[in-house]
Design a protein around this ligand. Structure first.
Ligand code: CMC
Length: 430
């Protein structure tokens, strides 16, 4: 496709512009429109950036039509089956799967950074007990720049990778601390003899008065969910991290902004919204009524956990989680009627013309909440789980951006306000 030319002609002036076609390694063609404003005097209008690539990236590939997701070239199905979250984190950060020595070293590094400055726990205790944990996360992660400012020279690659590892390691500690504050439990310190997800579950649920045995099934299920959520190319929160990063802001500020973007119900907040929706539907007999509401344009109700900007096919992560749901519920000996409700909703929606024509399939968030619930994670913490996993993607994308010549992100607009008018003195305004 290298010789393919796309011409844009401005008929009013007769000026023609040859737009170069950039080819991704998977062959997807993208028009390079950078020269449009300076040659033809036009900007492009693309609300929601549905047709716009804002960067080049070597990290994650998605083919939404075919339902393909790959991290650094590896299909998500293979990583989900054979890898661990820590190994996937290494892959996303460094671009290659680690050797055994590299993996052990990386695991040690993450383990070394699991604790947070004790003053941070005082900061957390300043929140009201019923604060939403995502609000706390955004504030606390942003504040890390105040605690770890001794290694924040963004021009220094060692400082950058250290900040990235600190965030991956500390995020579970902070998340558990937010939960424990809500519960009124004492701070739970990381047990470094445990593995990543075991350690997180221990920090979440152990209390001083009792011994807590981490369930292997729960840790394995969590590890799988974290792998599936680790990165998803230029989604809203990752683009936010990149946009903030393009200003030269520190990575803690970037990730705090990413957490805020993730919180929205159209994005990561959907996992919480799915459970609330299933709760509201309540019974299988009510499913048709809610599907009807989702199709009614005068009703703001949407089927949460359905649809995706990029996937116009089954979200491959949803396929994996769907199977895992059955396994986890079975292994934990839980029979959740919500699973039956979810299956019925999925069945009806997938047969319905509205959902078929608009290619609205269940997405990753449709099932993840059912597993989190089975693991005893409270609903308000669901999006926090997503944030812990996605931190790896955020920092990998941020590192990649730092290593690439980058312009500050600065979209334009179509101005639709008043044209120039004269200022009127206060007494002359009616
Ligand atoms: N229920 C009912 N109708 C829907 C839904 C839904 N869940 N999603 C999209 N539609 C309709 C929408 O009304 C529109 O119809 P029309 O063309 O007649 O106006 C059409 O489908 C296209 O929707 P859109 O909102 O223009 O599509 P988008 O790419 O801008 O939005 C989305 C994608 C994920 C925000 C949207 O599908 C949605 O709101 N889904 C529910 C929330 C959700 O599950 N979010 C999690 C996404 S996956 C995880 C993540 O990214 O964090």
């Amino acid at each position: 496709m290298a010789d393919k030319k796309v011409y844009v002609t401005d008929e009013s002036s007769g000026t023609q512009l040859n737009l170069p076609v950039i080819l991704g390694t998977e062959g997807e063609p993208t028009l390079d429109i950078k020269a449009l404003p300076s040659t033809l005097g036009y900007f492009t209008y693309d609300p929601g950036f549905a047709a716009t690539a804002a960067c080049t990236s070597k990290i994650t590939f998605i083919d939404g039509g075919k339902g393909i997701l790959r991290y650094r070239g590896y299909p998500i199905e293979q990583l989900a089956e054979r890898s661990t979250f820590v190994e996937v984190s290494y892959l996303l950060l460094y671009g290659e799967l680690p050797t055994e020595t590299q993996l052990n070293h990386f695991r040690d590094e993450l383990t070394y950074h699991t604790m947070v400055n004790e003053q941070l726990n005082h900061f957390i205790s300043g929140f009201h007990y019923d604060a939403h944990p995502m609000a706390m996360m955004a504030g606390v992660v942003g504040s890390l720049a105040a605690f770890y400012h001794n290694r924040l020279d963004m021009e220094n690659p060692e400082h950058r990778i250290l900040s990235a590892k600190r965030m991956i390691a500390k995020m579970p500690t902070i998340a558990a601390a937010c939960y424990r504050h809500h519960m009124g439990w004492p701070v739970g310190y990381p047990q470094n003899s445990l593995r990543f997800c075991e350690r997180f579950l221990h920090m979440m649920f152990s209390v001083p008065a009792e011994t807590y045995e981490v369930s292997e099934v729960a840790a394995k299920a969590l590890d799988l969910l974290f792998i599936l959520h680790a990165d998803h190319e230029q989604n809203a929160s990752t683009s936010t991290v990149r946009l903030v990063g393009s200003t030269g802001a520190n990575p803690y500020a970037c990730v705090a902004a990413g957490i805020s973007a993730l919180w929205g119900p159209a994005h990561g907040g959907a996992n919480e919204a799915v459970l609330e929706m299933l709760d509201e539907i309540g019974d299988i007999s009510n499913v048709p009524k809610y599907v009807k509401r989702a199709k009614d344009k005068s009703d703001p109700f949407r089927l949460m956990g359905f649809g995706h900007r990029v996937y116009k096919n089954y979200d491959p992560r949803a396929t994996i989680i769907r199977a895992a749901c059955y396994e986890v519920l079975d292994e934990l000996g839980k029979d959740d009627p919500m699973m039956d409700l979810a299956m019925e909703l999925e069945r009806i929606a997938l047969e319905d013309d509205y959902f078929v024509e608009k290619k609205l399939y269940p997405n990753v968030d449709f099932y993840s909440g059912i597993i989190y619930k089975a693991l005893g994670i409270p609903v308000s913490m669901f999006t926090v789980m997503f944030a812990i996993a996605r931190t790896v993607g955020w920092v990998s994308q941020w590192l990649e951006q730092c290593e690439t010549p980058t312009k500050i992100g600065r979209p334009r607009q179509v101005y639709a306000g008043p044209v120039e008018r004269r200022y009127r003195a206060l007494h002359r305004r009616s």
